[in-house]
Design a protein. Sequence first.
Length: 191
Amino acid sequence: MAVLAEAVSVIVRADRLSRLSGGWLEFKQLVPNQTLCADGEIARVGFMSHGDALAFSETLERSGLHGEHNGQASDLVIVDQVQGAAKPCDWLEHGTVGWEGDPAKKVHAARLKGSTSNQIITPDGWSWEQSLSREFGFVLEQDSARSLRYLRDENGMDVFLNTLTGKEVYVGRTSAAGVRSGRSDPGGSGG
């Protein structure tokens, strides 16, 4: 099988969750948002900010998982839907596929290398129509100061004005690490 891997995802090998003292139950308690999805081989938690994804992966490492070994992703890896895996990862395949077989509806998905199922597991409540895959925006860190202006915090989300389009951009946050100094950068992803 496979899991949705849109925006910035922390992907964990399910067979390594036994390294946490509470296993799967402890892992679920550590998840800071509602984006968890799992296919029995890997589990994915999504973020709109690289800083939030890094903070979550560090929490997992402090709890007993291993981020890397000899330069390779070990138990977990951060995967960006645009830039790919943050570290070389010989146990994961990821890429863009057509949602429900429709090549016009592209989603980024990931699966354990060697898995043969093409079914994509998504978080509860996810729909193509409301997804970041359907309407994805990406702002490079060096360009954010020129095109995004912080407006406000709204129910745990940073709201920016995209000065190029005149539209508001919402960036969900799960940690203080996801918030950049001066709030001028949405951390890479936003819609």
